[in-house]
Structure formats: structure tokens, C-alpha cells
Design a protein around this ligand. Structure first.
Ligand SMILES: [Zn+2]
Length: 193
């Protein structure tokens, strides 16, 4: 490259003014990153569904599988009247609801709260990656899981993802993670040989 081109390239890099070819690279990268996040999200969702089926269909007390749905009366304090087994899932102690659907074991009469599935959407997964990268920049590493997943991609592509899920990221990551920081760890589309 001539000196003039090198200079122009630096200016473009500074302001992140992408050329058409560079935009294509960023879009291709972003698509791959999103597919990757989607796969993880779908996998997690499947695991949670299986977990729910298992925990809602086997009595944690006597292991019987003759389970029916019941509406349990919940006192104002959040405690459930009658016997109540801890079959998994979070049991809130400050609930103001006075009825809730529970699993009821026909063999021993045990009742336990239905398992509440929790999984991350594709965008939650992406926002987590951005947050984790920010944590690593803050602590100086360990640069393991998230970095390893994304190291083949360009800094500008990760920045593009960050802009897409900006609203789902932690405030500290939103405010402090910069494209320049990403470029210290990831290759840049502006750095041509
Ligand atoms: Zn039982």
C-alpha cells in the first residue's frame, strides 16, 4: 500500500468507516456468531424441557409417577398448606398469589411446585458473551470460554453484535467496552497484509 492508502486506512479504522467488502465480512461473521448463539439457546431449551418433564412427572418423595395437576392453596406468607416436598425449582417465600398449580402425587399425597423452565434466548446468549468479554477486559483475563468461542471473528463483527444486543447488555459493559479494546484481542478487518 502507498503511504496515502495506509493513512486513509488508519482514518477509516479510527472511525470504523467500513468499505463494501469489509461490511460483507462483518455481516458474514455476524451471521455465523448468531447461528452459534441460536444453537446454544435451542440446546439449552431442549435440556430444560427434558428436565421439566422429569421433575414434574416423578414424585421427589416416593418416586411414583402417577402425578396429577392440582391447585394448591397458598397462604399469604407464601407457604403452601398440606405436605410440600421440594421437588426442584425455586419456591418463593414472599408471594402474594393465593393459588398456584402444583404437581400432586397420587401414591403418597405429596405436592410440589412445578418446575419453571429457564433458558436464554439467542439475544441473551449474545449479550452474555459481550458481558463476559467486558469482565475479561476488566480483570485482564482469563480469556477462556467466550474468547475461545469468538477468536476466529473480527473485532468489528463482535462490535456489530454488541450494537445489536446493546439493550440486553449490562450497563457497565455498554458504557465501558469499546471497539478499540476488542481490537487488542481480536483481528481487525482494516489490518490487511
Ligand atoms: Zn409420592
Amino acid at each position: 500500500m502507498t503511504l496515502n492508502l495506509i493513512f486513509m486506512n488508519r482514518i477509516r479504522k479510527h472511525f470504523n468507516w467500513l468499505s463494501v467488502q469489509e461490511i460483507e465480512i462483518v455481516l458474514k461473521d455476524s451471521e455465523k456468531i448468531k447461528i452459534f448463539a441460536k444453537e446454544l439457546s435451542v440446546k439449552h431449551e431442549k435440556e430444560e424441557k427434558q428436565k421439566k418433564i422429569k421433575l414434574d412427572s416423578t414424585c421427589p418423595n416416593c418416586k411414583a409417577t402417577a402425578i396429577v395437576n392440582k391447585i394448591a392453596r397458598v397462604e399469604g406468607s407464601g407457604s403452601v398448606s398440606g405436605s410440600f416436598g421440594f421437588g426442584g425449582g425455586y419456591i418463593g417465600g414472599s408471594s402474594s398469589i393465593d393459588t398456584s398449580e402444583v404437581n400432586h402425587c397420587n401414591s403418597c399425597g405429596n405436592q410440589w411446585k412445578k418446575y419453571a423452565e429457564k433458558w436464554d434466548s439467542k439475544n441473551d446468549v449474545l449479550a452474555d458473551w459481550i458481558n463476559f468479554l467486558w469482565f475479561d477486559f476488566q480483570d485482564g483475563g482469563p480469556w477462556l470460554s467466550t474468547y475461545d468461542k469468538l477468536k476466529e471473528f473480527h473485532a468489528e463483527s463482535i462490535w456489530n453484535i454488541r450494537n445489536e444486543v446493546y439493550g440486553d447488555c449490562l450497563m457497565s459493559a455498554r458504557e465501558n467496552l469499546t471497539l478499540s479494546m476488542l481490537r487488542t484481542k481480536f483481528k481487525s478487518v482494516y489490518d490487511k497484509k
